[in-house]
Design a protein around this ligand. Sequence first.
Ligand code: SF4
Ligand code: SF4
Length: 464
Amino acid sequence: MNTSGGSEQVTLYEKWRKIYPLSLYGGWQRWRRVVLSILVGIYYIGPWLTVAGEPMFWFNLPERKFVMFGVTYFPQEFVLLSWILMMAAFLLFTATVLAGRVWCGWACPQTVWTLVYFFIEQKVEGERNKRLRLDRGPWNRNRIVRKLIKYFLWAGVAFSISFTFVAYFETPGVLLERIMTLSLSGAEWFWLLFPAGASFLFSGVLREQVCFHMCPYARFQSVMFDKDTLIISYDEERGEPRGHRARRNDPNAPRGGDCVDCKLCVHACPTGIDIRDGLQYQCIACAACIDACNGIMDQLGQERNLIRYSSEHRDRHQAVTWKRPRLFGYAAVLLAICTGFVWVLTHRIPLELDIIRDRARLYREHWDGSVENTYQLHVINREDRDRRYTLRAEADFPFEMKSRKGEVLDVAAGEQIALGVQLVSQGDPDQPANRPVRFVVETVDEPHYRVLEESRFLQPRGDE
Ligand code: SF4
Ligand code: SF4
């Protein structure tokens, strides 16, 4: 804002300012580091896990099959992915109503990787004050060397993230070998380097700006909050009027509020906001301000939790209620989706039969009055073991089935076979021109799977 000659200019453009958060140890931050380590560990270990010699997670795009927890899925089962996405969405909604921005502060990849990049920055450039001095000082040898080391280590982290990401699509051993022998194609190099660049930029450089300006979820999740949703809140009644106070002062002497205006909560905040101004959309609920303030309260011999996890009802000294329609609504939908998903998984038949009728010719009439219909059958083995199946047809009229491949079909793991099948029946003008037939494919050995597909048998109309 500029004031000159009585007129006032308000700039609508907010200049980006780098945030130098304090590093905190203990309290909620200890638990955040534990959660972070678990999540990062799962991400890195995932592609290396195997079940009976096969990868536990493998999104094999060239062969169009996806292995999850050792079970192979094929593109025809992509509906399962929509179930998983719906479950994830409603789990997120339920968690948001219950615990506010818990996802943002504790589990979002942007937050998790930002903490990793920040950890490196802090180790290389030092604590907050050192980092500030370094950035405000001249480009001397010390600054150049530290920046180079930091960016080099960041690049290493970015590449490891990218490598692991691609390793979910191409097994890590193969990927490693192809990188070492420089035998990756141009497209593969792109997919190896693009996530690395994105991670470096978003989590290393842009950090909180991604949450402010790029993440849509940050903008709309507040509509899910109710008055009992957990939020990070400053206890204004206790803290105000804020003001400096010597540490040696008698805490019981008449004075202002408990907030000594040390601004540590602001300096600890990775998004650079002052939680004492009230809940803001920039707050990612990381609880760093709680730990910072608790540290000060401990030093002053004051009760902790001047900044704490609270809720609108608690802040107003109103009773917490469990009659929360939003919470129960989301939880009920989540439960229904989970139940449906479990049912779909447990009733999944890893065998598929597709039937395509010969469209060029509806039927063929033979010299002896019989009628022949031709079908193209695709039998898909969606298991990771070879299978033997039997094929038969059922109809409520007499017919003969002919198939060059016979009625016993061997299909390799994850493969499909196509076979032409002819049904021949004596033409009967008294019968409808269009009658149902069923093809049945069954596994020969255990466990026993069976699929049944309906089709039609066509013949000339009686008056033709
Ligand atoms: S206000 Fe507190 S909880 Fe919110 S982002 Fe800043 S430090 Fe984290
Ligand atoms: S850390 Fe606590 S005492 Fe210090 S300014 Fe923030 S709220 Fe006040």
